[in-house]
Write a protein that binds this ligand. Structure first.
Ligand code: PLP
Length: 377
């Protein structure tokens, strides 16, 4: 599914050198190395400020807390994402309200959000938190319009979307504030847990800085209940090196995705529908967006049997996500039931993520596609 060693081997010397520098300076928490990474990350993404922190989950919490979305403020997000998209809202003290997804992109549907805003819970809503799922930005034309018209804050969950764009603007600079994850499987990956908050707002930047260090503006004087969510120097060092390569890696992912598309079309397996019948539905890149293919997710009816078949042939695959968030035990208190979000529930039954990473070879992709062809015939 993912072979991280192929990325590591050519970078070994450079990475070890960068880690050695951290040991030399003994700046293990934030410090010079993290500062440098933050500056280059901001310029890379075209945002005014980037702030390193300890994980993508903490980045989401920091973004929400900095934006003042605690104390029961309702935030609308998607039921089809990683758990942290919702749990961070609750951790920040807010109320999570969900809206269904667009079946073509798996991203939060602006239309469904608009229905929620017009409904009984609409009045409490203070923000929208779209997730740029699988490496493709949520429909920011519509979310920006909703934000403007209704006076709502926009928070990006950009954990899977380093380098992706909407209308020429990079993820991280689209909303009021954004959260990135550098979990080792993400496109931009650390050697452990790490995350980042980005924003163009001076005020939010100052609040994130304060909240990531126990609410201190002055050492040992605590203005608010913050938390320890700092990035460590080793992660900053690793990430600064990888920043030199990330554009090339994302470019390679796009090549891999294009090759899957071509191979599936040649094999006659691809169906030009929203939902699969006998073959598979390929993932869709929206016009005007720049997809960075964190995952290549197909839809098929016989998903579980296909996954077992691929496993038998030593081909990795993964289900993102098998159980929508509104049906998770830990989130029962949100008050939704099975049937609340039919698109998310249907996707959970049909999606299968195939191996995709920059170093994946064409012959390996052919093996994947012909195995799927064998299964479906
Ligand atoms: C990975 C991920 C997170 C959480 O990031 P961590 O660094 O693992 O805490 C949040 N949201 C989404 C969509 C993710 O994929």
């Amino acid at each position: 599914m993912l072979d991280l060693k192929r990325q590591y081997e050519p970078l070994q010397k450079e990475l070890l050198g960068a880690l050695g520098h951290v040991l030399q300076t003994q700046q293990f928490i934030l410090g010079e190395q993290v500062n440098r990474f933050e500056l280059s990350a901001a310029s890379h993404l075209g945002v005014a400020h980037a702030l390193g922190c300890s994980s993508g989950t903490d980045a989401l919490w920091l973004a929400l807390a900095a934006a003042g979305l605690g104390q029961g403020a309702a935030v609308v997000t998607t039921p089809f994402s990683f758990f942290a998209s919702v749990s961070s809202i609750l951790r920040a003290g807010g109320t999570a309200v969900l809206a269904d997804i667009d079946p073509a992109t798996f991203n939060l549907s602006p239309k469904a959000v608009e229905e929620v805003l017009d409904g009984s819970q609409g009045k409490q809503v203070r923000a929208i938190l779209p997730v740029h799922l699988f490496g493709q930005c949520a429909d920011w034309t519509e979310f920006a319009r909703l934000g403007r018209q209704r006076g709502l804050k926009l928070i990006e969950d950009a954990a899977q979307a380093w380098g992706s764009e909407w209308g020429g603007t990079k993820a991280g600079g689209l909303g009021d504030i954004a959260a990135f994850s550098f979990y080792p499987t993400k496109n931009m990956s650390a050697a452990g847990d790490a995350g980042m908050v980005t924003t163009n707002s001076e005020e939010l930047t100052e609040r994130v800085r304060m909240l990531r260090q126990h609410g201190m503006r002055r050492r040992y004087y605590h203005d608010e209940l913050g938390w320890n969510t700092r990035m460590d120097g080793f992660q900053g060092a690793i990430l600064e090196v990888k920043m030199r390569y990330i554009d090339g890696w994302n470019h390679a992912r796009r090549t891999v995705a294009r090759r899957y598309h071509a191979l599936f079309h040649e094999s006659g397996l691809a169906e030009a529908n929203l939902y699969p019948s006998h073959g598979i539905v390929l993932p869709h890149e929206v016009a005007g967006s720049h997809h960075v293919w964190h995952q290549y997710v197909i839809r098929t009816r016989k998903r579980d049997a296909l996954r077992d078949f691929l496993a038998m042939r030593q081909i990795g695959s993964e289900i993102y996500y098998p159980l929508p968030l509104h049906m998770q035990e830990a989130l029962k208190r949100l008050g939704y039931i099975e049937g609340s979000f039919p698109e998310a529930e249907r996707a959970a039954h049909e999606v299968l993520a195939l191996p995709i990473f920059p170093e994946l070879r064409e012959d390996e992709q052919k093996t994947v596609v012909s195995a799927i062809a064998d299964f479906l015939s």
